[in-house]
Design a binder for this molecule. Sequence first.
Ligand SMILES: [Zn+2]
Length: 219
Amino acid sequence: MKLRYERELIVEYGKKLLSSGLTKGTGGNLSLYDADSGVCVISPSGIDYTEIQAHNVVLIDLEGTQIEGDGRPSSEVSMHTIFYKQRDDVRAVIHTHSPFATTLACLNWEMPAHHYLVALAGPNVRCAPYATFATEELAKAAFDYAIDRKAVFLQNHGMLACGGSMEEAFYIAEEIEFTAEVYWRSRAVGQPTVLAEDEVAKLADKFMGYAPLTDRRSR
Ligand SMILES: [Zn+2]
């Protein structure tokens, strides 16, 4: 079995998406990119995260051709591969319909740096314009609006987070969902203060300095 470790990470983090409340049932999708072999390892379509096994996880090349795995690749495969084709810093992508990020996405709001953890993803989180699910148009909108960011809201749909490892992409998805909830709560009762631009730049440097988030390889 090729890329067993990466397949197992997809299984493990799929379960974490459920246990952390970032998704339900078969919602959302996640992938990794192995730059050495040029292979994208992606969650299968239509299998509950509690049921996915390593052999169901799909290996594809960046043109979407299936190499191994007995599942069907996630229908949002283009929204993953576009990042690996065009960004060297991205090695993992997570797409969720988590409730608070999706609430802001349905309002077509961007989220400013009202909380220091927003700076994990960028100076703000933009909202990409609506496009039908599982289309090249949606993949391009997500990519364009996340071009210099690690997270983006997808209008009337959900959220996408990315990072240099699965651990990092998951951490960003969790923290952006948390900050989206806080932003929603704050806007429900008032107008949250937003951090100054130079402070956000300082935070971005500080987060870069930690760089704690690389997938631990056991092989
Ligand atoms: Zn979706």
